[in-house]
Design a binder for this molecule. Structure first.
Ligand SMILES: Nc1ncnc2c1ncn2[C@@H]1O[C@H](COP(=O)(O)OP(=O)(O)OP(=O)(O)O)[C@@H](O)[C@H]1O
Length: 400
């Protein structure tokens, strides 16, 4: 799903109040009754005008088949509320090109008032599941209709909390800048995903660095759970050195971890499965892509467990629970992801959002609910992001 921000500037203060009222009403109501929107917004009779303005541009949708007349927030509406929060806090000033369509997210380049580019990641859980795992529809139906919105919020909160904890402990991750609802804002990394890189000068040292990162995560009580070429960006830096009185350029490659949807505690019941999968993903990729095979077997979970707490490392699996992403939330998110069949990029049966258009329409058709208001369908780039990734030295594979 794309992000069409062009209606933002035409919304009045009262439209925003009505939209916020629908959001608040959906905490307890699957379909928010019109009188409740009126009450929560404090707008009285004239709220109908605001409601139709919002429905017209697809920020809320009318449900005709419900027992009573009412509205639900669309993903577009939730996007606008998050963007409005960022706008007010001055985290985001303009929205630019879409740079990624993940399985469960959309990624955009945005900019702050000074024109500094950042990344906005919008979590959209449920998009794949509705297309591929029909059997799970009942499970989702029985929950409040906001469940994918709620789960997407949890996913954003999880990502922001872990990114903050990892960053604070010196891990190479983007700088987490802001979080609202189902979205986060982070720094833009000028680098390509490892899956787009066809050769590197020294695969052995890059491999060693990645294995070291897996072990360092273990030191802090964590297993990534989805450690692979999609979730690692390779940053290139050149430095000048004097060798034999001549200046030579030295190339350093730094892996940056950008995504951790399945991060689990090293004490997780399936720790071994996740740990081995992380290690094997990297092994397989290095073998296939760079023709590199490590001499050593492993590492194995038993070795990783010995690392926990070494050199005074704090257990981040424990501390994140205290700093916003609770154990209950972790359980809810994990159960949902399992239920809808999401098991990371390493999942051979998994589909990626960039391989096919998403199919939200199909879900709505089959649900038998007729809704008014079109979803957003076009983007309006405000930021020129053509200079995002410019690598001089590495060979880059086609994006296909
Ligand atoms: N901070 C960032 N800086 C630069 N590019 C980024 C950043 N975050 C994400 N990207 C780009 O967007 C793409 C998708 O990002 P990410 O892996 O976070 O999304 P995702 O929905 O979790 O994807 P998937 O689940 O399919 O791996 C990345 O491959 C990368 O090219």
């Amino acid at each position: 799903m794309r992000l069409d921000t062009k209606h933002m500037r035409y919304l009045t203060g009262d439209d925003w109040r009505a939209l916020t009222a629908v959001e608040n009403g959906s905490k307890n109501h699957e379909v928010v009754p019109t009188p409740l929107i009126e009450k929560l917004s404090g707008l009285r009779g004239q709220v109908h005008k605001n409601i139709s303005a919002l429905a017209k541009v697809g920020l809320i949708a009318r449900l005709k088949n419900a027992k009573y007349d009412g509205y639900r927030l669309t993903y577009g509406g939730l996007d606008y509320l998050a963007l409005n929060t960022y706008r007010k806090r001055k985290d985001v000033y303009s929205v630019g090109n879409q740079i990624g369509v993940g399985k469960e997210s959309d990624i955009f380049v945005v900019a702050d008032e000074q024109g500094v580019q950042r990344v906005l990641k919008i979590h959209r859980l449920g998009r794949i599941s509705f297309r591929t795992v029909k059997a799970n529809r009942d499970y989702l139906r029985n929950r409040s209709s906001g469940s994918w919105m709620y789960m997407s919020r949890l996913a954003a909160l999880k990502e922001f909390t872990f990114m903050t904890a990892l960053r604070d402990n010196g891990f190479p991750v983007p700088v987490p800048l802001a979080q609202s609802r189902h979205t986060i804002v982070m720094s833009l990394i000028d680098a390509f995903p490892m899956r787009q890189i066809s050769s590197v000068p020294d695969p052995a040292s890059l491999y060693a660095e990645l294995i070291q990162m897996i072990m360092r995560l273990a030191q802090y009580g964590l297993i990534h759970g989805d450690f692979n070429e999609f979730n690692i960006l390779i940053k290139e830096d050149t430095t000048k050195e004097i060798v034999d009185e001549k200046e030579v350029e030295k190339l350093t490659l730094t892996p940056i971890l950008i995504d951790f949807p399945q991060m689990v505690s090293i004490d997780h019941a399936n720790a071994e499965y996740y740990f081995d999968r992380d290690v094997n993903c990297i092994k397989r990729f290095f073998q296939r892509r760079f023709g590199f095979t490590a001499d050593e077997k492993g590492p194995y979970l038993a070795e990783a467990k010995k690392m926990v707490g070494r050199d005074g490392a704090v257990r981040l699996d424990v501390s994140v629970a205290a700093s916003g992403f609770s154990k209950k939330m972790a359980k809810e998110l994990e159960a949902y992801m399992k239920e809808v069949g999401v098991d990371g990029d390493g999942d051979p049966n998994g589909e990626r959002g960039d391989e096919e258009d998403d199919n939200d329409e199909e879900e709505e058709e089959e649900s038998g609910e007729e809704e008014e208001g079109d979803e957003a369908t076009s983007t309006e780039p405000a930021v020129d992001s053509s200079d995002i990734a410019s690598l001089a030295r590495l060979q880059i594979k086609d994006q296909t």
